[in-house]
Structure formats: structure tokens, C-alpha cells
Design a protein around this ligand. Structure first.
Ligand SMILES: NC(=O)c1ccc[n+]([C@@H]2O[C@H](COP(=O)([O-])OP(=O)(O)OC[C@H]3O[C@@H](n4cnc5c(N)ncnc54)[C@H](OP(=O)(O)O)[C@@H]3O)[C@@H](O)[C@H]2O)c1
Length: 463
């Protein structure tokens, strides 16, 4: 009998199934279309010995040790409900379904509660690291009842990435906690990708550098404080040539980005929780605007360009600017996690989250070790940017970020995420902001009232 089951042998599911088999756990697999199951088995090589291929939910359930545990690795939304509906008649009370896709955490909360009422266990498990991570060691964020997780903890830790021998997998809290953390992880990923793309834009459009030259610079930066998976792969991507035209591959790619929802969900939750995630918002907006290709092509003719030129920015400025903005992207994500933890009473351990992001996941970077330490040392007012180990780094990096954005603005280069990072930083260091005027305006037109600095609420002005 197989120790665990998996349905959904797409990119992620197939890789995860092979990872599980390789770690010595017999696994039964299933896919909606049986051709994919057969192709998967053909490609499994010697690992096929540890794999039982099944062609129905009934057969999948029949191939598993009890109590059963079945991973669903299918797209978020209706496919997850379809899998649950298909599986349930063949499961027994006490069996466990693990949604390892990128579900919306509200759905995970609903599913967990619904299934618990029927006597079944349900876990929402965020898996990050793309196909390669799933195959060789992803970062895994688990949410749901701790008792439901216990039977599969050993397998999850065995297949996870390792950072200095520690598994990058953790049970983070009840119900939707794991999927929420994965969503925010992806939000931070959006911001980081956008920041790197903005630097690429300045180098390409502001300084006329070729992709190969930018690749070299990124590869060099990857050896320093910017060391990260995303900078590393950006260098690799920019160095690649199109096999057909021999031109840089990136020049052959349409500049309209896709998105599946996790960036948008991060923002929706940030707004709902009264939080600021402006670097992430800028990144989501940039992807959305990128889709309007025809309008942008027309805009290039219709709209006036600035007179100013982008005088060359030092490479060292760009490097420091990217690092400072990256810190702010993480800081906004961390603040959002803290707010959600309080709202949903999850008791999230933010340091542990930073720790399990240090390897396996897409946002892994040299910075995360410091972030984990900073959180363990305590964040003044809950702000990562106030943490002693980041105050000095930001003091050093912000002037560079200001120079880069100033130059980008003068030359008309879009830098929405970098500019948003500065806006957040400056707002957080302004003790006396400008919302006194907003409050006065609100009172003027809507008699909303305001608090006075010399005491008392609900005052009105003499307008
Ligand atoms: N790709 C990544 O880098 C990545 C990283 C982290 C997390 N994720 C998440 O992992 C999940 C799977 O992503 P993927 O990239 O592996 O997707 P994929 O390659 O498109 O595979 C989707 C799988 O889901 C199955 N499926 C689709 N609709 C279904 C339905 N209604 N009922 C049953 N099965 C259905 C497909 O079966 P058929 O073969 O029959 O179509 C296929 O096996 C998603 O939630 C995704 O957001 C992806």
C-alpha cells in the first residue's frame, strides 16, 4: 500500500510526486486525464517502482494506507472543489486531503471547516520553488489543525528544501494560515521581480546597455548582498540567446506579464486589513498595465516624453537601491503577515516564516537570514524597517534609491515599485504627516469630526 496519494500530475504535482518517491515514500498517483498519468509513469524511470498509478479516485483511495492522506496539486478554485467532491465518496472519516496548490486562504478556511464538520481532515499547504523546487526541495508553508498535519509531517520535512540541514517546512497556524503565508510570499515575489525589472529598464532604456551586459552585472551582484534566486535567474535569462534568431532571448519575448491571482489577493487582504503593501501593489499594477500593449504603443506616440535625460547612474547606486527597495518589499509583506495573524488569531511566528523562506522558495535571498534574526530580536512597533540591523542598511541604501528614482523620473522611465518603496519609507519617518488636512476636508464636506492635538475627539472646524 502507498503511504500517500497525489492527484494532479501537472508541472508541480509530477515534480512533487517524484520528490516523494525519491525520499523513499511509496506514493499512489492520479490525474484527471489518464494520458498524463501514463506519460508521468513512463518518465519516472527507476522511481516508478515506488509509484502506483491509478485511473480513478476510487482506485487512488484503494491504493492508500489508512488513515489516508491525499495531496491535491491542481489550480486554485473550482478544480480543488472538484477533486474534493470526487474523492470524498471513497474516503473514510479521519482521512486527510492536502491542498498543495495556491488556494485563496478564504477558500481554505471554508473547506477546512466544511470537511471537519463531515469528519474529514483538511490542510492548506503552500509550496514554493517552482518545478525545480517541487522536484528537489521546495519551501513548504502548512496551515490547518496541528493534529491533521502530524501524520504527514515526516514526509513534508523529508521533501522540503534544507537550509543548513534544517527543513524549510513548518506548520504555521490553523485553517488558512499556510495558504495566506504563501500568498504573501508570492506578493513579495511580485515586488522583487518588478524591482529587478525596473533596474533592468534603467540599464536598458536609460543607459543603452545590452542584455548580455546587464546579465554580467546581475551575476556580479548575485555574489554580494543581493544574492538571491531571482537575481541569479535574471542574470541567466538575460544571458540567454534565442536559438532561432540568435538574438538575446529576452528581446523576443512579448512585454505583457501574466498573473494567476496571488499578487492581487495579497493586495486585497492588505487593504482589508488596513495595511500598506504599496511595493507589491505597484508590481501588480505594472503587470496589469503591461497587458495593455496596444494602448501603450499608441501612448508612445500620443504622450509627451520628458525633456530631461537620465544621466548615468552608478552601478553601485543601482545595486544599493535595489537592496533598499527589496528590504521595503519584505517589510510590507511582513507587516501584512503580522496584521493577518492578529485578525485571524493565527499566532504566526514571523521569524520561522523568514527561516523557511531561506531555501527552496522563489524569494530566497541572503537577506532572509538577517530578516529572521531581526524578527527574533523584536521589531520596534512591528516594523522591519525599524529593526536595528536594518536601520543602518536603509540609511546607506536610501540615498542611492532616491538618486535612481530621481533619475528615472527625469528621464520618464517607469519605476512604480521603487518610487512606492521611497513613499513608504518617507511616510514612516514623518512624525507629523499631512492627514490633518485630510481630516479637515472630511469634516468640511461631511462633518466627520476630528481629534485635536490638545485633546478630545469629534471636534468640528469653523467652516
Ligand atoms: N507552476 C508553478 O511554478 C507553481 C508554483 C507554486 C504553486 N503552484 C500551484 O500549484 C498548482 C498546480 O500548478 P501547476 O503549475 O502544476 O499546474 P498545471 O501544470 O497546469 O497542472 C494542472 C493540473 O491540475 C489538473 N486539473 C486542472 N483542472 C482540474 C479539475 N477541474 N479537476 C481535476 N484536476 C484538474 C490538471 O489535470 P489535466 O492533466 O487533466 O488537465 C493537471 O494535472 C496551482 O495551484 C498553482 O498555482 C504552481
Amino acid at each position: 500500500m502507498a503511504r500517500i496519494g497525489l492527484t494532479g500530475l501537472g508541472t508541480m504535482g509530477a515534480a512533487l510526486a517524484l520528490n516523494i518517491a525519491e525520499k523513499g515514500y511509496p506514493i499512489a498517483v492520479h490525474n484527471r486525464s489518464t494520458e498524463r498519468t501514463r506519460a508521468f509513469l513512463d518518465e519516472a524511470g527507476p522511481l516508478a517502482e515506488a509509484i502506483t498509478a491509478t485511473e480513478s479516485f476510487e482506485a487512488l483511495a484503494g491504493a492508500l494506507e489508512t488513515p489516508r492522506a491525499v495531496i491535491a496539486m491542481v489550480p486554485a478554485g473550482d478544480p480543488v472543489d472538484a477533486v474534493i467532491e470526487g474523492l470524498l465518496p471513497h474516503l473514510e472519516k479521519g482521512d486527510l486531503i492536502i491542498d498543495a496548490g495556491n488556494a485563496n486562504f478564504h477558500d481554505t478556511r471554508r473547506r477546512e471547516a466544511d470537511l471537519a464538520r463531515q469528519g474529514f481532515n483538511f490542510i492548506g499547504m503552500g509550496v514554493s520553488g517552482g518545478e525545480d523546487g517541487a522536484r528537489h526541495g521546495p519551501s513548504i508553508m502548512v496551515g490547518g489543525p496541528a493534529e491533521s498535519y502530524a501524520p504527514i509531517e515526516e514526509i513534508v520535512e523529508a521533501i522540503a528544501a534544507r537550509y543548513k540541514d534544517e527543513p524549510c517546512a513548518a506548520h504555521l497556524g490553523p485553517d488558512g494560515a499556510g495558504h495566506f503565508v504563501k500568498t504573501v510570499h508570492n506578493g513579495i515575489e511580485y515586488a522583487d521581480m518588478q524591482l529587478i525589472a525596473e533596474v533592468y529598464g534603467m540599464l536598458r532604456d536609460g543607459q543603452g546597455r545590452a542584455p548580455g551586459q546587464i546579465a554580467e552585472l546581475f551575476a556580479e551582484w548575485n555574489g554580494g548582498p543581493l544574492h538571491s534566486y531571482l537575481v541569479e535567474i535574471s542574470a541567466a535569462v538575460l544571458a540567454a540567446k534565442d536559438p532561432e534568431t540568435k538574438r538575446p532571448m529576452v528581446e523576443m519575448i512579448v512585454d505583457a506579464a501574466g498573473q494567476k491571482g496571488t499578487g492581487r489577493w495579497t493586495l486585497i487582504e492588505a487593504l482589508t486589513l488596513g495595511q500598506s503593501a504599496t511595493a507589491i501593489e505597484a508590481a501588480v499594477a505594472a503587470r496589469s498595465w503591461s497587458a495593455a500593449r496596444e494602448a501603450r504603443a499608441a501612448g508612445a506616440e500620443i504622450l509627451a516624453a520628458p525633456e530631461g535625460k537620465c544621466h548615468p547612474v552608478l552601478d553601485s547606486d543601482l545595486e544599493e537601491a535595489l537592496l533598499a527597495a527589496r528590504i521595503i518589499g519584505y517589510a510590507q509583506g511582513m507587516a501584512l503577515l503580522a496584521a493577518a495573524s492578529e485578525e485571524y488569531e493565527w499566532g504566526l511566528d514571523l521569524a520561522r516564516i523568514a527561516e523557511i523562506w531561506r531555501a527552496g522558495c522563489i524569494i530566497r535571498s541572503a537577506l532572509l537570514d538577517d530578516i529572521a534574526s531581526a524578527v527574533r530580536e523584536g521589531l520596534p512597533h512591528g516594523q522591519l524597517i525599524f529593526a536595528p540591523r536594518f536601520v543602518g542598511r536603509l540609511a546607506e541604501g536610501m540615498p542611492a534609491l532616491r538618486r535612481v528614482v530621481t533619475c528615472g523620473l527625469a528621464a520618464g522611465l517607469p519605476m512604480p515599485a521603487m518610487a512606492a518603496a521611497i513613499g513608504f519609507y518617507d511616510t514612516m519617518r514623518t512624525a507629523r504627516g499631512t492627514t490633518d488636512l485630510i481630516q479637515a476636508q472630511r469634516d468640511f464636506f461631511g462633518a466627520h469630526g476630528f481629534a485635536r492635538i490638545d485633546g478630545g475627539e469629534g471636534h468640528h472646524g469653523p467652516w
